[in-house]
Design a protein. Structure first.
Ligand code: NI
Ligand code: MN
Length: 228
């Protein structure tokens, strides 16, 4: 099985899982200050939506309409997407999982908000645990640290994508504690250095991960691809 993860800046990633394109939290240029690529240049078969905040959903509707990708999101966000003309959706909710052709996708808990850009109710925020034949990938979404992350990591995680930017989510110290619960082989930090509120020393954090844990940190530059 071939899996590649491309970082688009902030909390937006594209996963290529044996040729299936899975976009996480579409937020591209020019809306995303870190992104260099526009939504129009992205291919998608599936979209994973962790929550309703604008820095995660700004480009979901145009991307879904242009590509016809199936949007996997909580029930409330799926309803909202329907009101915007996006009907190719898969509703789910926290604690539930479903076997899609590219992976089993489980929606995990997140401690955060999920209000949609127009003020609509976006349900509860979440993250995703993807399990393929060979690999388990955890996308935390925007969240505070919580000790039940240990349950998400109970069966082993190959790659964890976690926020470290502080202010709106876990900061560097809590993200380090999170690794103790998740115990992934590899960690990819996100949700940092997009705006002044979330500026952190990412390389200093990666050095701490290497020194204090058994986890391998991968700090990605924008549009870099990490091949598993
Ligand atoms: Ni958020
Ligand atoms: Mn966010």
């Amino acid at each position: 099985m071939s899996i590649a993860i491309t970082y688009h800046g902030h909390a937006t990633f594209s996963l290529d899982i044996d040729g299936t394109k899975v976009v996480v939290d579409p937020f591209f240029a020019p809306n995303n200050p870190l992104a260099t690529v526009k939504q129009e240049a992205i291919s998608a078969d599936y979209i994973l939506q962790t929550h309703g905040h604008g820095d995660h959903i700004a480009d979901t509707v145009p991307l879904a309409k242009r590509t016809g990708a199936t949007v996997i999101a909580n029930f409330e966000i799926v309803n909202w997407l329907g009101s915007k003309g996006v009907d190719n959706t898969h509703p789910m909710h926290i604690g539930g999982g479903y076997k899609h052709p590219f992976a089993h996708v489980k929606m995990t808990h997140a401690i955060h908000g999920s209000g949609l850009p127009d003020g609509s109710y976006g349900g509860n925020p979440g993250g995703f645990l993807l399990t393929t034949d060979s690999t388990r990938i955890y996308i935390a979404g925007d969240t505070a640290l919580y000790s039940d992350m240990a349950l998400t990591g109970a069966h082993g995680i190959d790659v964890a994508i976690i926020p470290i930017g502080d202010n709106f989510t876990m900061g560097p110290d809590d993200a380090l504690l999170a690794l103790g619960y998740l115990k992934p082989k590899v960690v990819i930090p996100c949700h940092y250095n997009t705006w002044p509120y979330i500026e952190v020393d990412v390389n200093g954090w990666a050095d701490r991960v290497s020194a204090e844990t058994d986890v391998k940190p991968i700090v990605m530059t924008v549009e870099q691809t990490y091949q598993l």
